[in-house]
Unconditional design. Sequence first.
Length: 158
Amino acid sequence: MTTIVKTEELTIGSTVFSNKGYIPSNYTCEGDNINPSITVENIPSGTKSLALIVDDPDAADGVFNHWIIWNIHPMEMIIENTAPGTQGKNSFGKINYQGPCPPEGKDHRYFFKVYALDILLDLKKGSDKKTLEKAMQEHILAKGEIIGMYKKSKHKNL
């Protein structure tokens, strides 16, 4: 079952969580820490690439970036546990997906924001979110998002 939310022009969904629903622990620091599948519909003609930013605006020190990836071939699904484009540096200082990992007992929102672009971006692997956003600025054909929630469990099953 795919749950879909329409935001602006792209329709973004996930096969593992609904909009404002809880992200399964498999996709977090308490599980396998792999990216969930994300569906992308209504990709406009002329789209040359997709970009995806996953961030947490509820972090204590401001917005925390969990995944930054661009130059994704336009596709209807970003498959779980894949990196189908060029990855940037997240707030952990790593160049990969790092799942939700909020302080114990606190609900956090995770925004999976997808952008349809009219170009392939000429950015170096490891570029940060600010650099990506600046490069995309004049090239966004459509965008959309899905929000996932996560709350770290008090007692992790081992």
